[in-house]
Design a protein around this ligand. Structure first.
Ligand code: ADP
Length: 423
C-alpha cells in the first residue's frame, strides 16, 4: 500500500508512543526500527521510523533524518512529521530546530509548526511557555536532565538559537477561535517571513483545531499528541481506510513471557503485582551475579518452566539495590549486563515456543528487539496510553510484542496486556 503519512521519531519509545496514538483510530500503522536497508515494500499508510538521534551530533542527526525522509518519500508519503519529546529535549545546538529546518528545505516547505503539548500527560503550552503539570519546564525535573537540561520554559527562546529563520507564536487565543483563525495567523506570520511557528495548546480540543488547520502543511513537528487527531481527518476525507490489524494476526496464540529491565517506580509496582499472582514462575536477575557467573543459569531455569504459566524474568529493583549494583559495577556495565541477559532470555524463550513478549524498559526494549532481529512492528491494540501491542517477525516466527517504557501503564499492566491480546 502506498504510504500517505511518514513520521520520523528521535527515539525509540517516542516512536512507539506516536504509533500507539495514531493507531487508536484504526488506521494501519507500521514502525521501523532504524531506516530499513531495503527499498520500501509492503508499506502501511502510516509509516514511522524510529531513530536514536535525540542527542547525537547535529550533523549526524541531520544525515540520519534525511535518509529516513528519502525512504519515506520512496514509500510514497505526502505528509511528514518530525516527532520529538513533549519536554522539547534539546540544547541550543539542536537537534529539534536544525533537523526541522533541514527537513523543510528538503521538502520545499516555507513554514512549519512546533507543538510538543500533550495535555493528557500534563504537557501544555501557553504564550509559548511549556508547562509540565503545574510547573514551568525550567522548574520541572527536566532542569536537571543529564544530557538535555531544560533551563528555559519559553519555546521561542529555546528554538531561536537552533534555527536560522525567524520564529513566531500562534497563541492560545488564536487557537481557541478555531482552524480558520489559526490558518490566518500562520498566513500572516508567513507574510512576515516567519518559518518556525510555536503553537499553544492547553487542552485536547486545541490539538484537533491545530491538526485541522495544519493538515496540509508538508511538515509538522511536535510531540505525539498533536498528530493524534490526524487519522480522523484522513478517514473523513477518504485518504486512508480503517483496518483491524489485530484480526489479521492470529499467530499470537502461543505462550507469553514478561521481561522487565526497567527500575522505574511504576515498573517496580507492576512487577510486584504480577509476582503476587499465584503460580507465576519468576526469576530475579541480579547484575552482580550476572557479572560473576553469566546468564547460563537463567537460561537453564527458563527451559525448565511451564511456559503456559507466563514466566517473568526481571532485574527490576528498588533504587538502593540499583545504586549498589551501579557503585560496584559501574552504571554502564550494570545496565549492559542486564540488557544482554534479558536479550538472551528473549531469544531462548522464542526458541522454546514463546510467541508473546511483554517487555518493560526503554533501553531494555531496544536490546530485546535487536536480539530478536525485529526491524518492523505493525501496531495493534493499545494496552495503556502510548503502549500498544505490536506484531512482528522474528526468525520466521510471527510474534506479538509490547514495549513499555519506564513509568507507563497502570499497576496491573502485565496481566492486563495479556487480557487485551485475548479480547
Ligand atoms: P526505563 O524505561 O524505566 O528507563 P530502561 O530499560 O530504559 O528502563 O533503563 C533501565 C536500565 O537499568 C537498563 O539499562 C537496565 O539494564 C538497567 N538495570 C535494570 N535492572 C538493574 C539493576 N538491578 N541494577 C542496575 N541496573 C539495572
Amino acid at each position: 500500500m502506498t504510504t500517505y503519512f511518514g513520521a520520523i521519531a528521535d527515539d525509540f519509545t517516542g516512536a512507539t508512543d506516536l504509533a500507539g496514538l495514531l493507531a487508536r483510530s484504526g488506521v494501519e500503522v507500521s514502525l521501523r526500527i532504524g531506516v530499513p536497508d531495503s527499498p520500501p515494500t509492503g508499506t502501511a499508510r502510516v509509516e514511522i521510523i524510529a531513530l536514536k538521534c535525540r542527542t547525537s551530533p547535529v550533523d549526524e542527526a541531520i544525515k540520519d533524518t534525511q535518509t529516513a525522509l528519502d525512504w519515506l518519500r520512496k514509500a510514497g508519503a505526502k505528509r511528514f512529521f518530525w516527532k520529538y519529546c513533549s519536554t522539547f529535549d534539546s540544547t541550543p545546538r539542536g537537534n529539534i530546530g536544525p533537523v526541522a529546518e533541514a527537513l523543510m528545505q528538503a521538502l520545499g516547505a516555507d513554514q512549519t509548526i512546533y507543538c510538543p503539548a500533550f495535555p493528557e500527560n500534563g504537557r501544555s503550552i501557553f504564550m509559548g511557555n511549556l508547562f509540565v503539570g503545574e510547573q514551568p519546564l525550567a522548574e520541572s525535573p527536566m532542569k536537571d536532565h543529564p544530557l538535555t537540561p531544560m533551563r528555559d520554559s519559553n519555546l521561542l527562546r529555546l528554538l531561536e538559537p537552533q534555527v536560522t529563520l525567524p520564529v513566531g507564536l500562534a497563541n492560545r487565543h488564536t487557537v481557541a477561535k478555531g482552524p480558520k483563525a489559526l490558518r490566518e495567523r500562520l498566513a500572516s506570520l508567513k507574510a512576515e517571513g516567519v518559518a518556525h511557528v510555536v503553537v499553544d495548546a492547553v487542552a485536547n480540543d486545541d490539538l484537533f483545531i491545530i491538526a485541522d488547520a495544519c493538515q496540509n502543511l508538508p511538515l509538522l513537528t511536535g510531540g505525539s499528541a498533536v498528530a493524534m487527531p490526524l487519522p480522523k481527518i484522513w478517514l473523513r476525507q477518504g485518504l486512508v481506510n480503517g483496518r483491524d490489524v489485530k484480526r489479521e494476526h492470529r499467530f499470537e496464540d502461543g505462550p507469553a513471557i514478561v521481561l522487565s529491565g526497567s527500575c522505574s517506580a511504576m515498573t517496580n509496582r507492576q512487577v510486584a503485582a504480577f509476582l503476587g499472582q499465584a503460580g507465576r514462575p519468576s526469576l530475579k536477575l541480579d547484575p552482580l551475579e550476572l557479572a560473576e557467573s553469566g546468564v547460563g543459569s537463567a537460561l537453564d531455569w527458563l527451559s525448565h518452566q511451564d511456559l503456559s504459566k507466563t514466566p517473568i524474568l526481571y532485574a527490576t529493583a528498588a533504587p538502593d539495590a540499583v545504586r549498589e549494583a551501579q557503585a560496584r559495577l559501574g552504571t554502564d556495565r550494570a545496565g549492559a549486563l542486564v540488557e544482554a541477559a534479558l536479550a538472551s532470555c528473549a531469544v531462548v524463550a522464542r526458541d522454546l515456543g514463546i510467541r508473546r513478549f511483554v517487555v518493560a524498559g526503554g533501553e531494555t526494549s531496544g536490546a530485546v528487539t535487536k536480539s530478536l532481529g525485529v526491524s518492523r512492528l505493525d501496531i495493534g491494540s493499545e494496552i495503556a496510553p502510548g503502549v500498544p501491542w505490536c506484531f512482528a517477525r522474528s526468525e520466521q516466527h510471527d510474534i506479538a510484542i509490547t514495549l513499555k517504557s519506564g513509568n507507563f501503564g497502570s499497576e496491573d499492566f502485565f496481566a492486563k496486556s495479556l487480557e487485551v491480546l485475548d479480547a
